[in-house]
Design a protein around this ligand. Structure first.
Ligand code: TPP
Ligand code: MG
Length: 328
C-alpha cells in the first residue's frame, strides 16, 4: 500500500467534511418533515468510514447498517443521488424506493444498507464467499454497530467466515450505545474484539476518531485479506455526536458526556494534524467551503427532483420477466 501524499490526506479531510455536512443537511430536511422514516446520522463517526473506504477499489463490496450514509459516500456514491434517495426522489440511488436505511448502489459496490441490526453481516460473508468461489480478488466489508454483536447472526457469520477464510472485513463502530442503552447496560463484554479469539479471527481495537489510526489499521487488515489470510474484525471506538435518530431527545446521556466527546471530534483532530504538517488554515477552510458548496448544490437539486410516479410502485419488485405483467 503506497504511503498517502499530503494531497491524499487533504482529500480524506474533505471526504470527512462532505459526510459531516451531508448529515447536517439530512438533519435539516428531516426536521422540516421532508424525509420519510427516521434517518440515523453518523455525525462524529466520519473517520471510520473515510479511513476504511480509502483502501477500497470499485470492485470491493460494502454492506452497511441503519447508520450508513457516511459509508456509502466514502465508497464514492454520488452525493446528489444519495440525498435524493433519502428524500424518496425518482433519481435517487434506488429510484426513491429504499430511503435512508436501504441505500444500494450496486455499480459502486454498495450492496446495501439494512434496517435489520446484524442483517448485513451474513450477506457480506456471502459476497466474500462468492468472490472466493469465483476466484475474484475483491474483498467484502461490513460496517455494523456494537449492538449488533448481541445478535446470533454476528456469531454464526464469524464462525463460518473464519472456518472458510473468507475475505471479509468486519468493521465495528463501537459508539457505546445501542439505541438508548449504553454498552455497560446491555453487555458484560466491553470490547467487541474479544469475540474474535474463540473463532480464531485476527482483530484489533483502535481509536476510531483518529483517521491516521483507522487508515493504518485498515491497511494492515485489508492486506491480510488480499493475501487470503482473512477474515478480520476491526473494532473502532467512536461516538455518535447526534441522537440515535433525528428527533431523539437524548435524555439517556448527559450534556457533559456530549461535550467531552465533541472535544474529540475526528475532523477537528485531523485538522490539527494537518496544520502541524504545515497545511495553511486558509487552505483547510477552502476545503471545508468546497464541501459545503457541494452539499448545498446536491441538496438543492435533490429537493427539486420529482417523486416517483405512483403507477410505477410495483416496478423493481420482482426480477422475473415472467412477472412483468404484474407491474404493468
Ligand atoms: C433485528 C433488529 N432488532 C432490533 C432493532 C431495533 N434497533 C434499531 S437500531 C438498534 C441499535 C443498534 O445499535 P448498534 O448496533 O450499536 O448501532 P448504532 O445505532 O449504535 O450505530 C436497535 C436495537 C432492529 N432494527 N433490528
Ligand atoms: Mg452502537
Amino acid at each position: 500500500m503506497p504511503t498517502p501524499t499530503l494531497g491524499d490526506w487533504q482529500q480524506m479531510y474533505r471526504a470527512m467534511w462532505r459526510i459531516r455536512l451531508f448529515e447536517d443537511q439530512v438533519q435539516r430536511f428531516a426536521a422540516a418533515g421532508e424525509v420519510p422514516g427516521f434517518p440515523h446520522l453518523s455525525t462524529g463517526q466520519e473517520a471510520v468510514a473515510v479511513g476504511v473506504c480509502a483502501h477500497l477499489s470499485h470492485e470491493d463490496v460494502l454492506f452497511t447498517s441503519h447508520r450508513g450514509h457516511g459509508h456509502v459516500l466514502a465508497k464514492g456514491s454520488d452525493l446528489q443521488a444519495t440525498l435524493a434517495e433519502i428524500l424518496g426522489r425518482q433519481d435517487g440511488l434506488c429510484r426513491g424506493r429504499g430511503g435512508s436505511m436501504h441505500l444500494v448502489d450496486a455499480a459502486n459496490g454498495v450492496l446495501g444498507a439494512t434496517g435489520v441490526v446484524a442483517g448485513n453481516l451474513s450477506l457480506a460473508a456471502g459476497a466474500a464467499w462468492a468472490a472466493q468461489a469465483q476466484g475474484r480478488r475483491n474483498i467484502s466489508v461490513a460496517f455494523f454497530g456494537d449492538g449488533a454483536t448481541g445478535a446470533g447472526a454476528f456469531h454464526e457469520t464469524l464462525n463460518l467466515a473464519a472456518l472458510w477464510k473468507l475475505p471479509v472485513l468486519f468493521v465495528c463502530e463501537n459508539n457505546g450505545y445501542a439505541e438508548f442503552t449504553s454498552r455497560e447496560e446491555h453487555s458484560n463484554v466491553t470490547h467487541v474484539s474479544s469475540f474474535a479469539a474463540p473463532y480464531a479471527i485476527a482483530t484489533k481495537t483502535i481509536d476510531g476518531n483518529d483517521l491516521l489510526a483507522v487508515y493504518a489499521s485498515a491497511a494492515e487488515a485489508i492486506d491480510l485479506l488480499r493475501r487470503d489470510q482473512g477474515p478480520y474484525l476491526l473494532e473502532c471506538m467512536t461516538f455518535r455526536l447526534a441522537g440515535h435518530y433525528v428527533g431523539d431527545a437524548q435524555q439517556y446521556r448527559s450534556k457533559e458526556e456530549l461535550a467531552a466527546h465533541r472535544d474529540k471530534c475526528p475532523i477537528e483532530r485531523f485538522k490539527r494534524h494537518l496544520i502541524e504538517r504545515g497545511v495553511a488554515q486558509q487552505e483547510l477552510d477552502a476545503i471545508g467551503e468546497l464541501a459545503r458548496l457541494e452539499v448545498q448544490q446536491a441538496a438543492d437539486r435533490a429537493r427539486a427532483a420529482p417523486r416517483p410516479d405512483a403507477s410505477t410502485v410495483l416496478e423493481d419488485v420482482y426480477r422475473s420477466p415472467a412477472l412483468d405483467g404484474i407491474s404493468g
